[in-house]
Write a protein that binds this ligand. Sequence first.
Ligand SMILES: [Zn+2]
Length: 251
Amino acid sequence: MTEQLRSLGVEPGGVLLVHTSFRAVAPVEGGPRGLIEALIAAVGPDGTVVMPGWGRGDGPFDSVRTPVSPSLGVVPATFKAYPGVVRSGHPHAFLAFGPRAEFVVDDPLPLPPHRLESPVGRVYEADGQILLLGVNHDADTTVHLAELEGGAPYRVPKRCVVLREGRPVTVEYGENDHCCERFVLVDEWVRAAGAQREGPVGSAQARLVPSRAVMEAVVPRVRAEPLLFLHGPEARCAECDAARASVRSPA
Ligand SMILES: [Zn+2]
């Protein structure tokens, strides 16, 4: 599997942000831990592996005790317990292993969660690669960073609980959130730009794309059409409708 990752184009010494569906990749020798070890071997000793690692919505976030959200699947949960992995100290946490791990996860609570001063922003800053294992760009958190940089105007009210001096404090904020289904548009854009490599990793179809290529594809398109990732009203998508309603119509 390390060979497959290398021939796909995973850069030794690079920063690799991984989104996975383990069910799509399996069977893997050694299970989820075997996959993690293949990823670490693919980037080599000078490389860094990053995964989403946020928790569930309720209760104050504790980087050690708060479990990884079940919606992220078994690989991030296993990665959290892997020796040497570090996790952000806030509810929008990512997990990282390798020499640039602290650089990726060290920022304070980023609001909105996927801004430049956030783990996905740091992967972008480090000129990292994004690996989508058995998932498409609707699971690609970097697209949230890119839509924000492109000026997407919607902000859905959210809250999270953090510990400040040992006390739980509720923080309210607006997030550029929606159903994310239309993020799959990015697949064609980066493919057309010749920026995405595709091939098998285990049983999964894998996509590998530079973080910068996602930004280059998305930012100008969102600038030109700020609501392009939202379903239209006819789709009756509650999440996209809520995002659209958060934008003040011009007077
Ligand atoms: Zn939608």
